[in-house]
Write a protein that binds this ligand. Sequence first.
Ligand SMILES: [Zn+2]
Length: 103
Amino acid sequence: MSTMPMPNATAPAGGTHEQPAADQNAKTVTKQLARGDLPPPETVDVMHDHIYCDGAGFGDGEVYHTCANIPAALGHPRVFLTIPPGQAFVDCTYCDRRFAMAG
Ligand SMILES: [Zn+2]
């Protein structure tokens, strides 16, 4: 890389004057992407304390439910989860989906 292009012919002695507008814009975009890209954690009501999740759906007892609103990119290896006794929910370690006991 070469030295930074200085558009102003008479540069200030301080050197603290950097293109403020462009720099700020870049930071804002990065922040929005990092924050807005991920969907918020989803809470799923289940009937059993033994469930499994594969990202695209989850097994609740004998029944497999497909989560149609989940992109295929979020799929992951099937992982079995157990809601600990005395606890109301368990989080999938892969996709952060939360399984909460209904009733
Ligand atoms: Zn999952």
